[in-house]
Write a protein that binds this ligand. Sequence first.
Ligand code: ADP
Length: 193
Amino acid sequence: MLNLILFGPPGAGKGTQSENIIAKYKLIHLSTGDLLRSEIQAGSELGLKAKTLMDQGILVPDEVVIGMIDNKLKEHRNAAGFIFDGFPRTVKQSEALDQLLASYNESISVMIALVVDDNELLARLLNRGKTSGRPDDQNEELISKRIQEYNSKTKPVADYYQEQGKFVAIDGIGEIDFIFEEINKAISKVTVK
Ligand code: ADP
Protein backbone atom coordinates (compact mmCIF):
# COMPACT_ATOMS: atom_id res chain seq x y z
CA MET A 1 0.00 0.00 0.00
CA LEU A 2 0.97 3.58 -0.63
CA ASN A 3 0.03 5.50 2.51
CA LEU A 4 0.64 9.23 2.28
CA ILE A 5 0.17 12.00 4.76
CA LEU A 6 -0.40 15.36 3.13
CA PHE A 7 0.70 17.85 5.74
CA GLY A 8 0.59 21.61 6.12
CA PRO A 9 -1.26 24.48 7.76
CA PRO A 10 -4.86 25.44 6.94
CA GLY A 11 -4.88 26.92 3.45
CA ALA A 12 -1.65 25.25 2.30
CA GLY A 13 -3.43 23.54 -0.62
CA LYS A 14 -3.93 20.06 0.80
CA GLY A 15 -7.45 19.72 -0.60
CA THR A 16 -6.41 20.77 -4.12
CA GLN A 17 -3.37 18.50 -4.24
CA SER A 18 -5.28 15.60 -2.66
CA GLU A 19 -7.60 15.63 -5.67
CA ASN A 20 -4.62 15.41 -8.04
CA ILE A 21 -2.99 12.62 -6.03
CA ILE A 22 -6.19 10.55 -5.74
CA ALA A 23 -6.84 10.79 -9.48
CA LYS A 24 -3.37 9.54 -10.32
CA TYR A 25 -2.72 6.94 -7.62
CA LYS A 26 -6.30 5.76 -6.87
CA LEU A 27 -5.93 6.21 -3.15
CA ILE A 28 -8.74 6.51 -0.63
CA HIS A 29 -8.98 10.10 0.62
CA LEU A 30 -9.38 10.44 4.37
CA SER A 31 -9.88 14.06 5.39
CA THR A 32 -10.83 14.41 9.04
CA GLY A 33 -12.13 17.94 8.33
CA ASP A 34 -14.52 16.53 5.69
CA LEU A 35 -15.52 13.62 7.92
CA LEU A 36 -16.30 16.03 10.77
CA ARG A 37 -18.30 18.33 8.48
CA SER A 38 -20.36 15.30 7.32
CA GLU A 39 -21.12 14.50 10.95
CA ILE A 40 -22.24 18.09 11.49
CA GLN A 41 -24.48 17.93 8.42
CA ALA A 42 -25.96 14.66 9.58
CA GLY A 43 -26.70 16.30 12.94
CA SER A 44 -25.05 13.46 14.90
CA GLU A 45 -24.07 13.82 18.53
CA LEU A 46 -20.39 13.69 17.52
CA GLY A 47 -21.04 16.42 14.94
CA LEU A 48 -22.75 18.69 17.46
CA LYS A 49 -19.84 18.40 19.88
CA ALA A 50 -17.24 18.91 17.15
CA LYS A 51 -19.01 21.96 15.73
CA THR A 52 -18.63 23.97 18.94
CA LEU A 53 -14.86 23.47 18.81
CA MET A 54 -14.45 23.84 15.06
CA ASP A 55 -16.36 27.13 15.12
CA GLN A 56 -13.72 28.43 17.51
CA GLY A 57 -10.79 27.16 15.46
CA ILE A 58 -9.86 24.65 18.16
CA LEU A 59 -8.87 21.03 17.47
CA VAL A 60 -11.44 18.37 18.40
CA PRO A 61 -10.30 15.66 20.88
CA ASP A 62 -7.81 13.10 19.58
CA GLU A 63 -10.09 10.15 20.46
CA VAL A 64 -12.82 11.48 18.19
CA VAL A 65 -10.72 11.71 15.04
CA ILE A 66 -8.76 8.52 15.77
CA GLY A 67 -12.08 6.64 16.06
CA MET A 68 -13.27 8.04 12.73
CA ILE A 69 -10.04 7.03 10.99
CA ASP A 70 -10.17 3.56 12.55
CA ASN A 71 -13.66 3.05 11.09
CA LYS A 72 -12.58 4.17 7.64
CA LEU A 73 -9.51 1.92 7.58
CA LYS A 74 -11.78 -1.01 8.43
CA GLU A 75 -14.17 -0.06 5.64
CA HIS A 76 -11.45 -0.08 2.97
CA ARG A 77 -9.34 -3.15 3.71
CA ASN A 78 -8.50 -3.75 0.05
CA ALA A 79 -7.55 -0.21 -0.94
CA ALA A 80 -4.42 0.57 -2.99
CA GLY A 81 -3.55 2.94 -0.17
CA PHE A 82 -4.70 6.01 1.70
CA ILE A 83 -4.08 9.70 1.65
CA PHE A 84 -4.43 11.29 5.06
CA ASP A 85 -5.40 14.94 4.83
CA GLY A 86 -5.70 17.06 7.97
CA PHE A 87 -4.69 14.04 10.05
CA PRO A 88 -2.61 13.37 12.13
CA ARG A 89 -2.71 16.83 13.71
CA THR A 90 -1.10 15.99 17.06
CA VAL A 91 1.73 13.66 18.04
CA LYS A 92 -0.82 11.51 19.90
CA GLN A 93 -2.76 11.09 16.64
CA SER A 94 0.48 10.12 14.84
CA GLU A 95 1.24 7.43 17.39
CA ALA A 96 -2.32 6.11 17.16
CA LEU A 97 -2.16 6.07 13.35
CA ASP A 98 1.12 4.14 13.39
CA GLN A 99 -0.44 1.60 15.74
CA LEU A 100 -3.60 1.22 13.66
CA LEU A 101 -1.61 0.71 10.47
CA ALA A 102 0.74 -1.73 12.19
CA SER A 103 -2.27 -3.83 13.18
CA TYR A 104 -2.88 -4.30 9.43
CA ASN A 105 0.82 -4.90 8.81
CA GLU A 106 0.98 -1.50 7.11
CA SER A 107 2.81 1.78 7.74
CA ILE A 108 3.08 5.36 6.51
CA SER A 109 5.09 5.52 3.29
CA VAL A 110 5.85 9.24 3.32
CA MET A 111 4.72 12.57 4.77
CA ILE A 112 4.59 15.35 2.20
CA ALA A 113 4.49 18.82 3.76
CA LEU A 114 3.33 21.87 1.83
CA VAL A 115 5.16 24.95 3.08
CA VAL A 116 3.34 28.31 2.93
CA ASP A 117 3.97 31.41 5.05
CA ASP A 118 1.35 32.79 7.46
CA ASN A 119 0.52 35.95 5.46
CA GLU A 120 -0.22 33.95 2.33
CA LEU A 121 -2.33 31.48 4.36
CA LEU A 122 -4.43 34.29 5.81
CA ALA A 123 -5.03 35.79 2.36
CA ARG A 124 -5.97 32.41 0.83
CA LEU A 125 -8.37 31.47 3.64
CA LEU A 126 -10.13 34.86 3.64
CA ASN A 127 -10.53 34.44 -0.10
CA ARG A 128 -11.82 30.86 0.26
CA GLY A 129 -14.27 32.14 2.90
CA LYS A 130 -16.07 34.19 0.25
CA THR A 131 -17.25 31.00 -1.47
CA SER A 132 -16.64 27.99 0.81
CA GLY A 133 -19.49 28.75 3.20
CA ARG A 134 -17.24 27.47 5.97
CA PRO A 135 -17.81 29.48 9.16
CA ASP A 136 -14.17 28.96 10.17
CA ASP A 137 -12.95 30.73 7.00
CA GLN A 138 -14.98 33.88 7.62
CA ASN A 139 -12.95 36.01 9.95
CA GLU A 140 -9.36 36.91 10.53
CA GLU A 141 -9.37 36.19 14.26
CA LEU A 142 -10.63 32.64 13.74
CA ILE A 143 -8.14 31.97 10.96
CA SER A 144 -5.30 33.22 13.17
CA LYS A 145 -6.51 30.91 15.93
CA ARG A 146 -6.34 27.93 13.54
CA ILE A 147 -2.84 28.88 12.42
CA GLN A 148 -1.87 29.19 16.10
CA GLU A 149 -3.30 25.73 16.85
CA TYR A 150 -1.27 24.44 13.92
CA ASN A 151 1.96 26.04 15.11
CA SER A 152 1.62 24.82 18.70
CA LYS A 153 0.02 21.37 18.36
CA THR A 154 0.49 20.19 14.79
CA LYS A 155 4.00 21.28 13.77
CA PRO A 156 5.64 18.71 16.12
CA VAL A 157 4.02 16.01 13.96
CA ALA A 158 6.54 16.90 11.23
CA ASP A 159 9.44 16.13 13.60
CA TYR A 160 7.81 12.81 14.45
CA TYR A 161 7.98 11.65 10.81
CA GLN A 162 11.33 13.34 10.20
CA GLU A 163 12.76 11.10 12.92
CA GLN A 164 11.43 8.12 10.98
CA GLY A 165 13.12 9.42 7.79
CA LYS A 166 9.74 9.86 6.10
CA PHE A 167 9.45 13.65 5.83
CA VAL A 168 9.58 15.63 2.57
CA ALA A 169 8.93 19.41 2.43
CA ILE A 170 7.66 21.05 -0.76
CA ASP A 171 7.19 24.76 -1.48
CA GLY A 172 3.41 25.30 -1.51
CA ILE A 173 3.59 28.66 -3.29
CA GLY A 174 3.54 28.60 -7.08
CA GLU A 175 1.66 26.92 -9.93
CA ILE A 176 -0.62 24.08 -8.82
CA ASP A 177 0.71 21.79 -11.59
CA PHE A 178 4.31 22.52 -10.70
CA ILE A 179 3.67 21.71 -7.04
CA PHE A 180 1.97 18.47 -8.12
CA GLU A 181 5.07 17.55 -10.14
CA GLU A 182 7.20 18.01 -7.03
CA ILE A 183 4.78 15.78 -5.11
CA ASN A 184 5.08 13.12 -7.82
CA LYS A 185 8.84 13.20 -7.55
CA ALA A 186 8.61 12.65 -3.80
CA ILE A 187 6.18 9.74 -4.29
CA SER A 188 8.39 8.13 -6.93
CA LYS A 189 11.17 7.82 -4.35
CA VAL A 190 8.99 5.85 -1.97
CA THR A 191 9.35 2.10 -1.86
CA VAL A 192 5.97 0.48 -1.43
CA LYS A 193 5.71 -2.97 0.12
P1 ADP B 1 -8.17 23.42 7.59
O1 ADP B 1 -6.94 22.59 7.54
O2 ADP B 1 -8.45 24.13 6.31
O3 ADP B 1 -8.24 24.31 8.78
P2 ADP B 1 -9.91 21.09 8.06
O4 ADP B 1 -11.08 20.97 7.18
O5 ADP B 1 -8.81 20.09 7.95
O6 ADP B 1 -9.42 22.55 7.80
O7 ADP B 1 -10.38 21.15 9.59
C1 ADP B 1 -11.33 22.05 10.08
C2 ADP B 1 -11.44 21.93 11.62
O8 ADP B 1 -11.82 20.58 11.96
C3 ADP B 1 -10.16 22.18 12.38
O9 ADP B 1 -9.94 23.54 12.66
C4 ADP B 1 -10.41 21.35 13.65
O10 ADP B 1 -11.27 22.02 14.54
C5 ADP B 1 -11.15 20.14 13.15
N1 ADP B 1 -10.24 19.02 12.80
C6 ADP B 1 -10.02 18.51 11.54
N2 ADP B 1 -9.13 17.50 11.58
C7 ADP B 1 -8.77 17.35 12.88
C8 ADP B 1 -7.87 16.50 13.57
N3 ADP B 1 -7.15 15.56 12.94
N4 ADP B 1 -7.75 16.64 14.92
C9 ADP B 1 -8.46 17.55 15.58
N5 ADP B 1 -9.32 18.41 15.00
C10 ADP B 1 -9.48 18.32 13.66
